[in-house]
Design a protein around this ligand. Structure first.
Ligand code: NI
Length: 211
């Protein structure tokens, strides 16, 4: 019995170490990936990700979370100068939605893909409009004042910070990079990793939207 308990313990330890190694290996170099903070957990263990925001879309219109009420939101925070993680994530998110829409028809009434910049200093309305063209045709690209972006990021428990590198001509931003799925009432439903495949995203959405 005793030996068996030790074996079970060792196997458990190996699984944990393997998981930690896999997590560290997938951590992007220029991006900080963090789970929603413990402070955001309610007593029931539900992360309180999400909430009110007031931002400006790529056509210069003010948009709040109320504009998307009744639809799921796929929300990704990043920045247009991001060399790798953000364009990849936005592309995967767009492809995932495309893949599902190929099967179900347009989900315009059900899902809104949203990109929020964490770099409003460079990502003005024009920059966001040009960048959004590369992704899903319905992608809503949101920017705003420093205070508006800070408030939205705080609501979504998104960490971001300017990474100072005197040797580089353009600065980078460290930021958490989850693709959040929010419910029709604006509350957190789930999230996808920044490197989730289009198939995983399509499959996940299908389940959560009960399609
Ligand atoms: Ni990025």
């Amino acid at each position: 019995m005793h030996k068996r308990a030790i074996v079970v313990f060792l196997v458990g330890l190996l699984v944990l170490l393997g998981g930690a190694a896999a997590y560290l290996l997938t951590e992007p170099a220029t991006s900080v990936t963090r789970l929603p903070s413990q402070a955001g957990q309610t007593a029931s263990g539900t992360a309180t990700v999400g909430g009110a925001f007031e931002l400006v879309d790529q056509s210069g219109e003010t948009r709040t979370q109320a504009d998307f009420a009744g639809r799921h939101m796929l929300v990704y925070f990043g920045y247009t100068y991001c060399p790798d993680v953000c364009p990849t994530s936005l592309s995967l998110m767009s492809q995932g939605l495309d893949l599902l829409e190929t099967e179900t028809g347009s989900l315009e009434e059900r899902v809104v893909p949203i990109f929020v910049t964490v770099d409003p200093a460079r990502d003005d309305v024009e920059a966001m409009a040009a960048y959004a063209e590369h992704f899903h045709p319905r992608l809503v690209a949101l920017t705003g004042s420093d205070a508006q972006i800070a408030a939205a990021a705080k609501a979504y428990r998104v960490y971001y910070r300017r990474a100072e590198d005197p040797s580089a001509s353009e600065y980078l931003m460290d930021h958490s990079s989850f693709i959040y799925l929010m419910g029709p009432d604006g509350t957190y439903v789930s999230h996808f990793a920044h490197n989730a495949s289009p198939e995983e995203i399509a499959e996940g959405l299908k389940g959560f939207l009960k399609l």
